[in-house]
Design a protein around this ligand. Structure first.
Ligand code: SF4
Length: 309
């Protein structure tokens, strides 16, 4: 199976993070500009649930009360604006309209804005330490539907973005594989296991043990077992890596490529050498480019994303 993804990925994004001035106070910022050439590697679908609710710009800010976004959909929490007016019906319709748009756009992932009572996933307030009632109304819908979620804040960090992109690409590549035989399962595992160890060693080891049992058994696994393993791998890929682990594995995987494949890249440093995160991102990209040129597997970023124009 070729470790190549050629389909151009579709990303949904909070419209206020794509430059649309749709926030309650008329503000918006285009964080995709931070991605440089990567911006053109995706098809973007910006949506704003609060605009689609019909509340307009500017508008009084809204707040979730009595629970989080899940409670809201269960009819146990409310959305009210600063003036105390109930906005439940409007917000519901706005969120559903946006979700239907994302479904039509066939998105592979969604870039959310953290801190909003609508779009927030891990916090619904931007006030210092306060988390609010996460997830927000739209955030809860996205979580419930199992969408691959990327925080827009991370678009500003080259290393964080690199981590999101390599995991998303691997996620979509695996999702599109038909895992119906031991050979396919082994092939997928051999390609992505290093990233999984880097993300969560303990969970990856548990998964490795399960896969070994399946591969060594004389029985043919059921579809449910294959689906379970596939979902477990996909779920691990949703979690961001610790920066320390990225640094450690960068070096180990580079040494592997150097020894086995004679790949040499300038300015790759051992983990103990201090340098900033932008430099580390450049190191990773440098190795990735060299490995792709020679058609070698770079364990830190195993799937080659080469979208058609
Ligand atoms: S956070 Fe979501 S609801 Fe708020 S302005 Fe941005 S896209 Fe609209």
């Amino acid at each position: 199976m070729e470790n190549l993804l050629k389909r151009k990925l579709h990303l949904g994004i909070a419209a206020c993070q794509f430059g649309a001035k749709v926030r309650y106070n008329g503000k918006g910022i285009d964080l995709t500009q931070c991605l440089g050439r990567d911006r053109g590697q995706f098809i973007w679908t910006p949506v704003c649930p609060e605009i689609m609710s019909g509340m307009g710009v500017p508008r009084p800010s809204i707040k979730l009360s009595g629970g989080n976004g899940f409670d809201f959909w269960a009819g146990k929490a409310n959305i009210k604006n600063k003036e105390g007016e109930n906005r439940n019906e409007m917000v519901k319709k706005g969120a559903i309209a946006c979700f239907e748009t994302l479904e039509r756009a066939n998105i592979d992932a969604y870039v959310f804005m953290e801190g909003s009572p609508s779009c927030g996933v891990y916090r619904t307030s931007l006030k210092n330490q306060r988390l609010g009632n996460p997830p927000g109304v739209f955030g809860a819908l996205l979580l419930e539907k199992g969408i691959f979620l990327i925080s827009s804040i991370d678009l500003q960090s080259p290393i964080r973005w690199w981590d999101w992109k390599r995991r998303l690409v691997a996620f979509v590549w695996i999702k599109e594989q038909n895992v119906d035989s031991k050979e396919v399962l082994k092939d997928i595992w051999d390609k992505v296991k290093y990233v999984l160890y880097e993300l969560h060693e303990e969970e990856a080891q548990t998964l490795r043990d399960r896969i070994r049992i399946i591969l060594n058994s004389s029985d043919q696994p059921s579809k449910e077992i294959y689906d379970f393993i596939k979902t477990s791998i996909l779920n691990l890929l949703r979690k961001p890596a610790e920066l320390e682990n990225i640094k450690k594995c960068l070096w180990a995987n580079y040494v592997d490529l150097k020894q086995k494949e004679n790949i040499e890249v300038k300015e790759i440093f051992e983990p103990h050498i201090l340098r900033n995160m932008t430099h580390i991102a450049q190191e990773l990209l440098g190795i990735e480019i060299e490995a792709r040129k020679k058609n070698m597997l770079f364990r830190s970023s195993p799937i080659n994303y080469k979208p058609d124009r």
